[in-house]
Design a protein around this ligand. Structure first.
Ligand code: BTN
Length: 338
């Protein structure tokens, strides 16, 4: 921990009571002036810290942002389940946490490194899309180094999505579902998106960056974003750091199961949370070509979507974008009319 984090920890440990600068300085082996400087810096990042002359400091409020110290505090109650997350960075504004985490992974960052952000200016989504990342959301990317061959890594994106869903459910959000492969839905709207990027050699995965964007609060800049769901609507008062900690806890759990026992051990849970089960869908590739059609039956051990066609045949689709067949049909008819 840095001295700044130690000062914050001392204020937090006082649990809303006053603690003197002298006591903090003494316990950390630094001067009172140094403590005062760290308090000023903490205030600049949004912490509300009262200072009464002669009485000491009192932590009154923490910023609603996924700052490393706040997320770390949220991970503590999760115990060993969250021990995977050993290094938390960032927390403010960045281009894309996936880009930041990728740079760290390339520089050799260990598994469990996480880059956090309260806003992104160049957020990226699946299939080459951009990902709107206003204040009010929480964004992070985790470096993972699973010891698997590239051919076996496909289910990881479902594993991460399931972890996000577990985290949201642990916070008390009801009706959390998964839209294959890894969109997390709440009450039918999109609560969170997952973007995995990786580097591999021929026989082993070097690193995976698992990026997650969570809609925590309705953004003032775009309060009626179509199709979006917000965690705060289901869990009133939830904070960004609390949301990230819960989701990181969920991912650590599902990742541990996958690395120890494979996706087969998570498949039933994934299927139970699967949106569109039994519905007739089309799956389209990047170019919009239909690569699979049929009624959704679940996923297989490799994380592929199982579709039953009208003739009763079962097919497994490895990747693509799922749309309800009726909706896709309507869109096609609309396109023909234009
Ligand atoms: C999707 O298209 O649904 C996936 C969206 C993933 C967005 C997250 S936000 C944190 C990380 N940084 C990015 O630039 N993208 C991912």
């Amino acid at each position: 921990m840095t001295t700044r984090e130690d000062v914050l920890a001392a204020l937090r440990a006082a649990d809303g009571a006053e603690v003197s600068g002298e006591a903090i300085a003494g316990s950390l082996g630094v001067s009172r002036v140094a403590v005062a400087k760290h308090v000023s810096a903490l205030r600049e990042t949004g912490y509300v810290i009262d200072a009464e002359p002669g009485a000491g400091y009192r932590l009154r409020a923490v910023p609603d942002a996924p700052l490393p110290a706040e997320v770390a505090a949220g991970l503590v109650p999760l115990g060993d389940a969250a021990a995977l997350w050993t290094r938390l960075e960032g927390g403010g504004v960045t281009g894309s946490t996936n880009d930041d985490a990728r740079a760290l992974a390339l520089a050799g960052a260990a598994e469990g490194t996480v880059v956090l952000a309260s806003r992104q200016t160049a957020g990226r989504g699946r299939l080459g899309r951009s990902w709107s990342s206003p204040a009010g959301g929480a964004y992070f990317s985790a470096v993972l180094r699973p010891r698997v061959a590239p051919a076996d890594v496909a289910p990881l994106s479902l594993v991460v999505g399931l972890g996000v869903a577990r985290g949201a459910s642990a916070l008390g959000a009801g009706d959390v579902r998964l839209k294959w492969p890894n969109d997390v839905l709440l009450g039918g709207g999109k609560l969170a998106g997952v973007l995995l990027e990786m580097a591999a050699e021929s026989d082993r995965v070097e690193w995976v960056v698992a990026g997650v964007g969570i809609n925590v609060r309705r953004p003032a800049s775009d309060p009626a974003a179509p199709g979006a769901a917000y965690l705060e609507d289901a869990v009133p008062g939830v904070g960004s750091a609390q949301a990230v900690a819960a989701v990181l806890g969920g991912i650590a759990e599902t990742y541990a199961v996958w690395t120890a026992r494979g996706f087969g051990s998570l498949r039933a849970e994934y299927d139970a949370a699967l949106a569109l089960l039994g519905e007739h869908v089309h799956v389209r590739d990047l170019e919009g070509r239909v690569v699979g059609s049929g009624a959704v039956e679940g996923v297989d051990e490799g994380g592929r979507l199982l579709l039953r066609d009208a003739g009763g045949a079962l097919a497994a689709v490895a990747s693509g974008e799922v749309t309800l067949r009726e909706r896709a049909h309507d869109a096609e008819r609309g396109a023909q009319r234009r």
